[in-house]
Design a protein around this ligand. Structure first.
Ligand code: SAM
Length: 282
């Protein structure tokens, strides 16, 4: 048999990746077929390289036979990268435009979808505490990755990130100093336990799981960017059905999937910003 050319090897790998995606779905119910394929394939290739296994087919075999390997696989495929007060302007907008409306509700429910290691959920908790609203709020912070969720529950971050987090906090209009909310320990910062009181970190997969109750605010930032067009539309429908009328939806800076059939159901709050309010039209 002649050695494979680079093109043949690449084509074979694409077939192996398709089979890997199918195996993840058939064996564990994780369906990644609706993700933006080019970037998803890159992440599968990177996972394969880091696994040290000879082929992607060998990776598929390990995944099929070793259930304990699944959390690592999901963590590597799902990009759990975040920052506290990431995109500070959007937190500043939440503080200015959204919190005054939320203040009119006796109980406030917030869903933060795609919470990674908890950075955004804790940022929201600080925002709400500073506005005097935290004790009547419940934040449901969800992610597909169990590894990410267990890190999120700890609320511990590398000390080297504290500078960035603090700068973001100030740019978001923070009233004090972020260091009021954490203790520095060796190479880490540990967030104040009181920030965890009203956050529930729970597994929820936007691809297959259902509606999440009567939410007043949904934050889902830098998640839809990884999804293909059809999946983005499914998820926007899920958010519409999870929001009370007049509820708010905050997406990532580069995410604009609220269009077409959803254009009537969400009104942009501030021109040019991915912050929307659910209208009363159904
Ligand atoms: C890049 S992070 C965004 C974190 C944070 N929202 C932010 O903007 O900084 C994307 C997160 O979405 C999660 N994610 C990916 N696919 C998901 C799905 N189908 N359901 C729920 N979460 C998902 C990933 O595990 C990851 O933690």
């Amino acid at each position: 048999m002649s050695p494979e050319s680079d093109v043949e090897r690449r084509e074979l790998e694409d077939i192996e990746i398709e089979l890997f995606i199918r195996a993840l779905d058939l064996r564990y119910g994780y369906d990644f077929s609706g993700y933006a394929q080019a970037s998803f394939h890159r992440r599968v290739r990177a996972l394969h390289v880091s696994s040290g296994l000879p082929t992607i087919s060998a990776l598929t075999a390990r995944l099929l036979h070793d259930e304990a390997y699944l959390p690592q696989v999901i963590a590597r495929l799902s990009v759990p990268v975040s920052e506290m007060f990431r995109s500070p302007r959007s937190f500043e907008l939440l503080r200015r435009e959204v919190l005054p409306v939320l203040a009119s509700y006796p109980q406030i429910s917030i869903w933060q979808a795609g919470c990674a290691h908890g950075e955004e959920a804790y940022s929201l908790a600080i925002l709400l505490k500073e506005a005097g609203l935290y004790n009547r709020t419940r934040i449901y912070a969800t992610d597909i990755s169990e590894e990410a969720l267990s890190k999120a529950r700890e609320g511990i971050y590398p000390l080297r990130e504290a500078r960035l987090f603090s700068d973001n906090y100030l740019k978001a209009g923070g009233g004090g100093s972020l260091s009021d909310w954490y203790t520095a320990l060796y190479n880490h910062i540990k967030l104040d336990e009181s920030l965890k009181e009203r956050i529930t970190f729970v597994n929820h997969n936007l691809v297959v799981d259902g509606v999440f109750g009567e939410m007043h605010l949904i934050l889902c930032r830098n998640v839809l960017i990884y999804f293909g067009e059809d999946l983005q539309q499914r998820v926007i429908g899920l958010f519409r059905d999870s929001l009370v009328r007049g509820g708010f939806l905050a997406l990532g800076d580069r995410e604009r999937p609220v269009s077409g059939r959803f254009a009537q159901e969400f009104r942009p709050l501030v021109p040019g910003q991915p912050l929307y309010r659910r209208t009363t039209v159904s």
